[in-house]
Design a protein around this ligand. Sequence first.
Ligand code: ZN
Length: 433
Amino acid sequence: MDNKLKAANELIDFIYESPNSYHAVSSIKKILLENGFSELQDDDRWQIERGGRYFAVKNGSAITAFVAGLGDVSEKGFRMIGAHTDSPGFRIKPSPEINAEGAYVKLNTEVYGGPILNTWMDRPLAAAGRVTVESGDVMKPEVMLVNFRKPILVIPNLAIHMNRNINTGIELNRQKDVLPLMATISENLESGSCFIKALAEELDVPEKKILDFDLFLYEYEKGCVTGIRDEFISSGRLDDLLMVHAGVMALVESGESDSTKVLVCFDNEEVGNTTKQGADSALLATVLERITLSMGIGREDYFRALSRSFMISCDLGHALHPNYAEKCDPVNKPVINRGPIIKISANQSYTTDAVSGAVFEGICRKAGIPVQKFVNRSDERGGSTIGPVTASLLNIKTVDVGTAVLAMHSIRELAGIDDYLHTIKAFAEYYKI
Ligand code: ZN
């Protein structure tokens, strides 16, 4: 297998082991621990050594990893990469079982973020996330990760014979049309507790000890490399785990340098960032200040460090679509496998300006990789990402970059193998500076 395919398959394996933000953080932790990073706890006094490798987890679903610089942080600043661990999909509601006509058990879910709903139909689905269990200490319930590693649910389409309009566009109601089927009702099925029972079995704890859960659905089938010349990666959650994985790979493989290298992976980008583990919070500022404090540097020098820092905010971007070329800006049309994209927006839904864009362009030139630019069509609103909130909270220079994909927020997104490698190269170059 050539190197490109090997790297793409590593990414696909990583995404498969990361069906939600909790498992994503667990997968990231595993790679960091294998590469000499040690965990810092929020409630400990941090002792950071220059050149040391560390990470801190928030809420089990966000993580900041860093390599402390050899130089004075107030002189050398932070080289940061930001991405997000969450992806749009379905979250399981409390007391989730619904009896359908005395015939079926379906699961009550709500939509998380903005998935393309119809891509979730007729696919075998699994569920995973975290469960809280009685521990004896009311303030500290035990948190357990769970992953049903088998297809347990399907959201069936209505047959075309019962909906003749199905191919001309139908609206899917989030409470009625997208609830997944779990089982048929029979004599030996206790209606109302089937799911919790399966959960207790999966965790090997008594049912009554389960207190609560944050559980999400995911497509059971694994992603794959596709295209007649193996050029594409087809997988769920490329947004934003492709960037998360590229960032982790670049950080663990980077050597020591004068500046402090940081990778921050926030949760809850898909629902607006405003949680304690999201980008619109004190999370990153707190970690950065604690790094400087533990190096014996005061608040004035912390602000000096910020003024010398830079952030690459990384999320996916839209590629030119082969069937919808008219959806692109007439001039700037990013194509899959032609390099990372710098995202620009007049209304500042992306942070890039001529200075931060030039820095990223310079990094790509140094790394010997191509780079593209993305702007929305002037009559399209487009999306946003973690860049603007992070930049405004920390008051630092930031660029928004992406990898060109098709079908963003589908259960299966499509990215390019070369772009994944380009991204790692760009990050590696940046961490060398
Ligand atoms: Zn994203």
